[in-house]
Design a protein around this ligand. Structure first.
Ligand code: UD1
Length: 371
């Protein structure tokens, strides 16, 4: 039993979707007298509008360790994170954590989990068990492998529990605790409402749509990407679309020679509060992001997912999400339905209630206090 000192948890973040998951976990641990949090930023994302702006908006403390790995191929990026993190973990015995906590499914997630596990440090995976069953998605490989070596698997929806059970993960490792990304969304409502992004972009509530695209399967092939933009421009003829552009997508817009001065309004990536304000007041959202499928479900905003699958089926079963792939007819049918009668209505999934981080922290505390 750890009772004579605090439980040291090293929490790893690296890419944009990690930050809103980490923020409520850090807060919940720091509120308890029993935790000592060491925050590590791998540097997978490094532009201010992909990283620092989120630290500011979400009141995340400055990282204790910054690995500064930056971009690269999958192997380069994963290997650089592993090497730098291993050095941090072994160089100072005083820093050795009782637990390494990883969130989501990005390269930083698997790299940190693998490094910790090989040093015999227990690993907790927050947002475990999600499966798209599409191994062409880098995130699917990251998810499966991280789950395979994790000691604590915290899930957001029932499908994740089913997936993990089917894969043979012992029941006592799986904890259905809810959605920490939604903790951030609910806890930051005031800040989101205070954003002036609608005025800045001259937009009126419910009179515009938001589009985001960044999945390699949608943007890396310039032909497929250009087709998707053509469909989006058709949507923009019916309702104005605003498009905060991810850096990967920005590169591809240039590569594909797409004109960005007509139809869709392309803008730089936004911080957390501005982006959520945009989504909260939109008539509809078109996206290939995982997190946005979840956030629109909670906000009750119709979401059209421009992918062939989703690893978050609860957003379709219970929420406002519809998966259309890049099929023009399907997309236009759904857009027309939304513009005519408001589109699909939904409910909020179980445990997406703003208390997921507290449940997670409670489970970790009970575990280490009983050791
Ligand atoms: C990563 C995640 C993805 C997540 C996404 C959210 C993996 C495998 N993918 O994809 O799951 O949905 O983040 O944003 O981990 N770049 C910049 N500035 C930055 C970061 C990246 O310009 O701050 C550019 C670089 O050219 C880089 C490219 O974007 O090569 C892609 O970045 P990378 O982190 O490799 O993948 P993402 O597409 O961002």
């Amino acid at each position: 039993m750890i009772s004579d000192r605090k439980i040291r948890v090293m929490l790893i973040v690296g890419a944009r979707p990690n930050f809103m998951k980490a923020a409520p976990l850090i807060k919940a641990m720091n509120t308890s007298p029993f935790f000592d949090v060491v925050l590590v930023h791998t540097g997978q994302h490094y532009d201010a509008n992909m990283s620092d702006d989120f630290f500011n908006d979400l009141d995340i403390p400055k990282p204790d360790i910054s690995l500064g790995v930056g971009s690269g191929t999958h192997a380069e990026q994963t290997a650089k994170i592993m090497m730098a993190l291993e050095t941090s973990l072994v160089s100072s015995s005083g820093l050795k954590p009782d637990l390494v906590m990883v969130v989501g499914d990005v390269n930083s997630t698997i790299a940190a989990a693998l490094t910790a596990k090989k040093l015999h440090i227990p690993v907790a995976h927050v947002e475990a068990g999600l499966r798209s069953f599409d191994e062409k998605m880098p995130e699917e490989i990251n998810r499966v492998l991280t789950d395979r070596i994790s000691d604590f698997l915290f899930t957001t929806e029932k499908s994740a529990n089913d997936n993990l059970q089917r894969e043979g993960v012992p029941q006592n490792k799986i904890h259905f605790t809810g959605n920490v990304m939604i903790d951030s969304l609910l806890k930051n409502q005031k800040k989101i409402d205070a954003s002036k992004i609608l005025e800045k972009e001259n937009l009126e509530e419910k009179k515009y749509g938001v589009i985001t695209l960044h999945r390699p399967s949608n943007v890396d092939n310039v032909g497929d990407f250009a087709k998707l933009i053509t469909v989006s421009e058709k949507v923009a003829e019916k309702i104005p679309l605003i498009f905060p552009v991810h850096p990967r997508t920005k590169n591809q817009l240039k590569e594909a020679g797409i004109k960005t001065n007509a139809g869709i309004r392309y803008i730089e990536p936004l911080g957390y509060a501005d982006f959520m304000k945009l989504v909260k007041n939109a008539k509809l959202v078109l996206t290939d992001s995982g997190g946005i499928q979840e956030e629109t479900t909670v906000l009750g905003i119709p979401c059209i997912t421009l992918r062939d699958n989703t690893e978050r089926p609860i957003t379709v079963e219970v929420g406002t999400n519809i998966v259309t792939s890049s099929d023009k007819d399907k997309i236009m049918r759904e857009v027309n339905a939304i513009l005519t009668d408001g589109g699909k209505k939904g409910n909020v999934p179980m445990y997406w209630d703003g208390k997921a981080s507290e449940r997670i922290v409670e489970i970790i505390l009970n575990h280490f206090r009983k050791l």
